[in-house]
Design a protein around this ligand. Structure first.
Ligand code: FAD
Ligand code: PHB
Length: 406
């Protein structure tokens, strides 16, 4: 049996695990990352693409934003299309904050390279991860590492292993409460080798279902369609996807969409999940391992980054002067932000999607909300503050001075 020792054992090399490992490394705290998938797989996995300004700033603080600063597309507004018309929500004018389009897999590549350059131990293709002794001073991870049975003992374990990971499932029964909501539809997402049709994102609300035009670079578009919850990809040949996108994103009956070869496609379930607390003994969960949101408001990766910022600060305080206060507050403060993200994701999901159970009445209510968003500066500002992440930053600042809000 191979035996390793570190300060923080990190399970999962998604954005959460890698960023946590890198932030800790820069503060002189040792960690070992164990990831089930191959490196090539995690570097190619197409997922999020909208980074809030505070996420970009965190990546800059971590020293991994060179490529992001060169290639990220900074946005100051988005387009909202409904009832055949188009409207712009100028979120930067309303809040002072921008967003940035940069693929999650690029963030992952940048972080892996930075960990490599710093000599941080990272293992890919690790099987059979299991966690033990969670409520002792020496929690441990057992696994199959490079074909050999191994045990990694740490002072703490960070569960950054996503929604389907092993850490949350290993916690004792009854040690947390789970909140869950499943939506009766999914998103079919494609990545296409074609220049985006517009500079800004287009959210299209249509009676046939929602459509989103997004992008990853000046030559790669990312588009989504609302589909049924168990939609087989086989039912969606390329021409059907493009035809549906053209219809749902048309303005006054005019269609105008750049089309190109589809590089990848997938169906994403729409669900919300939160565990409370996000900690048990010396195991701390971060990102999708602890909570997920439907992708509508693009909050998943940004909430994961917010967890990691806080967890890295808490471990730093623990190792610098033995103060456990921030670790003890991690779950409570984090959950306040998580629920704010949940709430906004739910609002945006119900604003943009016709539900299968909707009647004419619900459709009219949605239309009224959309009209309000594009005619009331107060409504647009409140929406924009959540969209860009300003509301969460304000909440975090308030929590620091008024813990009763947590
Ligand atoms: P993950 O990225 O899931 O990483 C967890 C890692 O742990 C994985 O590499 C996994 O292989 C590994 N792992 C799992 N089990 C084990 C195990 N047993 N042992 C070892 N390793 C294990 N968010 C946004 O903010 N903006 C967006 O625009 C956006 N769009 C999205 C679009 C889609 C289609 C999807 C699916 C998600 C989107 N999200 C978006 C959400 C975002 O991708 C996630 O919130 C983000 O990946 C969370 O990062 P994470 O590191 O916590 O988890
Ligand atoms: C994306 O580009 O993946 C994306 C952008 C904005 C959203 C959701 C997803 O609201």
């Amino acid at each position: 049996m191979r035996r390793l020792r570190t300060q923080v054992v990190i399970v999962g090399a998604g954005p959460s695990g890698l960023l946590l490992s890198h932030l800790l490394g820069r503060r002189g705290i040792a960690s070992i990352v164990v990831e089930r998938r191959a490196r090539e797989y995690v570097e190619q996995r197409v997922r999020a693409g909208l980074l809030e300004q505070s996420t970009v700033e965190l990546l800059r603080e971590a020293g991994v934003a060179d490529r992001l600063d060169r290639g990220g597309l900074v946005h100051e507004g988005f387009e909202l299309r409904f009832d055949g018309g188009q409207h712009r929500v100028p979120f930067t004018e309303l809040t002072g904050w921008t967003t940035c389009m940069y693929g999650q897999q690029e963030v992952v590549k940048d972080l892996i390279r930075a960990r490599e350059a710093a000599g941080g131990p990272m293992y890919f293709g690790v099987d059979d991860v299991a966690i033990f002794d969670m409520d002792t001073d020496s929690p441990r991870v057992t696994c199959t590492l490079e074909g050999e049975a191994a045990e990694i003992v740490g002072d703490f374990i960070a569960g950054c292993d996503g929604f389907h990971g092993v850490c949350r499932r290993s916690l004792p029964a009854g040690s947390f409460r789970a909140y869950e909501h499943v939506y009766p539809f999914a998103w079919l997402g494609i990545l296409a080798a074609v220049a985006p049709s517009t500079e800004e994102l287009i959210y299209g609300v249509h009676e046939r279902g929602f459509a989103l035009h997004s992008m990853r670079s000046p030559s790669i578009s990312r588009l989504y369609l609302q589909v049924g919850p168990e939609e087989p990809l086989a039912d969606w040949p390329d021409e059907r996807i493009w035809a549906e996108l053209r219809t749902r994103l048309a303005v006054d009956g005019r269609e105008g969409l750049n089309e190109g070869p589809i590089l990848s496609r997938g169906v994403t379930a729409m669900r919300s999940f939160v565990m409370e607390p996000m900690q048990y003994g010396r195991v701390f969960l971060a990102g999708d391992a602890a909570h997920i949101v439907p992708p509508s408001a693009a909050k998943g990766l940004n909430l994961a980054a917010a967890d990691v910022r806080q967890l890295a600060a808490a471990f730093t305080a623990q190792y610098a002067d033995g103060t456990r206060e921030l670790l003890d507050r991690y779950s409570r403060d984090g959950l306040a932000a998580v629920w704010q993200g949940q709430e906004f994701s739910a609002v945006m999901t119900s604003l943009l999607h016709p539900f299968p159970t909707d009647g004419a009445y619900e459709a009219r209510l949605r239309q009224a909300r959309l009209r309000d968003l594009v005619t009331s500066r107060a409504s647009a500002t409140a929406f924009a503050e959540s969209y860009v992440g300003l509301s969460r930053a304000r909440l975090a600042a308030t929590l620091a001075t008024d813990p009763r809000l947590g």
